[in-house]
Ligand binder design. Structure first.
Ligand SMILES: NC(=O)NC1=NC(=O)NC1=O
Length: 176
């Protein structure tokens, strides 16, 4: 997929391709479309980051709240987005022992009760043991620290999802 093709997409085509680069937050992609033409693919990510940073705390918390728990109910019920499913698979979170699953559930519940948003980490850059370790440690943090860390992880997830889209060369939308 080349830049010219991306810059010539209408907003429906842009959303079809990039709508889930931030988990379940297509409004960010829809807003960033207005910033075209992009001089590079990195610029798309920079504009996404700018949009996120422009949000008030409640908006950033809202983005985190759109993320499914790792090894949580959405995974158990097969309700994950394809991107999240693949990321959780890659980190080994779909093959936890019952003891690991129980521990993740308890830690996720504790984390959400404390912060009012879920623990978010870029699963593809980690593995189940590291994730459990990170969750155990981060649940002790101050809310302001976890808001920053969570958004930082959201941007890493976005970067990898962009790479997947551009490298897999999703078929370009047919000219409508
Ligand atoms: N709560 C989460 O961290 N969710 C996720 N991390 C990923 O890498 N993909 C997700 O859906």
């Amino acid at each position: 997929m080349d830049l010219e093709a991306v810059n010539s997409m209408n907003y429906e085509q842009f959303l079809d391709i990039f709508g889930n680069i931030i988990e379940k937050c297509p409004v960010i992609t829809a807003a960033v479309w207005s910033r075209r033409p992009f001089l590079s693919f990195c610029e798309v990510e920079d504009r996404v980051s700018e949009f996120i940073e422009s949000l008030p705390t409640s908006g950033k918390e809202g983005i985190l709240r759109c993320h499914p728990d790792l090894a949580g109910r959405e995974q158990a019920s097969g309700m994950l987005t394809k991107e999240s499913q693949e990321e959780q698979n890659q980190a080994g979170l779909t093959s936890l022992t019952s003891k690991e699953r129980e521990r993740m559930m308890l830690l996720n519940t504790e984390y959400k009760q404390k912060f009012g948003f879920p623990f978010v980490i870029c699963a593809k850059m980690s593995n189940k043991d590291q994730i459990i370790k990170e969750l155990t440690s981060r649940v002790q943090n101050h809310p302001s620290v976890e808001l920053l860390k969570g958004i930082e992880e959201v941007k890493k997830i976005c970067h990898l999802r962009m790479q997947d889209i551009l490298c897999k060369g999703s078929p370009l939308p047919t000219k409508l």
